[in-house]
Design a protein around this ligand. Structure first.
Ligand code: MN3
Length: 211
């Protein structure tokens, strides 16, 4: 049995300043994310046969997870996987837009990068309460902007997440308080499009259709 572990943060807490402040990053990563990892390990402790299954695979097959830990696994494996991706899709001095194949598909699906951004922002702001906004890949090669409540993952719906935005208050409250729209607007400055492009190519590689 392998314990789930907090992944290494790919940068220092303060590099996303002034858009995401160092204190928020520190608490979010070292406390919130760590708690999801701890809770996942505690749940799996009761069913050691799942000890070597990744968080992503647990989420994809929640129906096979024993009922007494299913809710805990959904929340904690989701929280672990979602945050692991969130750190990866941000970076300082980020590119303004994606390039290559993803950019083409965004143009085809949403009309333009700008209208994709508007759709994503609108979706993030419309999510009532805690949750996530996503750009996901469908198994037919399409793109979908959507949100999920709590720590629910697109993987539960058979979608492959490419980009995510944490819209729990803990992600922005210290700096932005109730101003979620401002947080979302500033967050665009730190989107790691190089990584999202990479996620897109990996997802497309597993797709049923050629891109
Ligand atoms: Mn969070």
């Amino acid at each position: 049995m392998t314990e789930h572990k907090l992944p290494t943060l790919p940068y220092a807490y303060d590099v996303l300043e002034p858009y995401i402040d160092a204190r928020t990053m520190e608490i979010h990563y070292s406390k919130h994310h760590q708690t999801y990892v701890n809770n996942l390990n505690a749940a799996i402790e009761k069913h050691k046969e799942f000890g070597d299954v990744t968080a992503e695979n647990l989420i994809k097959s929640l129906g096979s997870v024993p009922e007494d830990i299913r809710v805990a696994v959904r929340n904690s494996a989701g929280g672990h996987a979602n945050h692991s991706m969130f750190w990866q899709v941000m970076k300082p001095k980020a590119e303004a837009e994606p390039t290559g194949k993803l950019s083409e598909n965004i143009g085809k699906t949403f009309g333009s990068f700008k209208s994709f951004q508007e759709t994503f922002t609108k979706t993030a702001l419309a999510q009532f309460g805690s949750g996530w906004a996503w750009l996901s890949f469908t198994n037919l090669g399409g793109l979908e902007v959507h949100s999920t409540p709590n720590q629910n993952s697109p993987l539960e719906e058979g979608l492959i997440p490419l980009l995510c935005l944490d819209i729990w208050e803990h992600a922005y409250y210290l700096k932005y308080q109730n101003r979620r729209p401002e947080y979302v607007e500033k967050w665009w400055n730190v989107v790691n499009w190089e990584k999202v492009d990479e996620n897109y190519l990996a997802a497309a590689g597993h797709s049923l259709l050629k891109i």
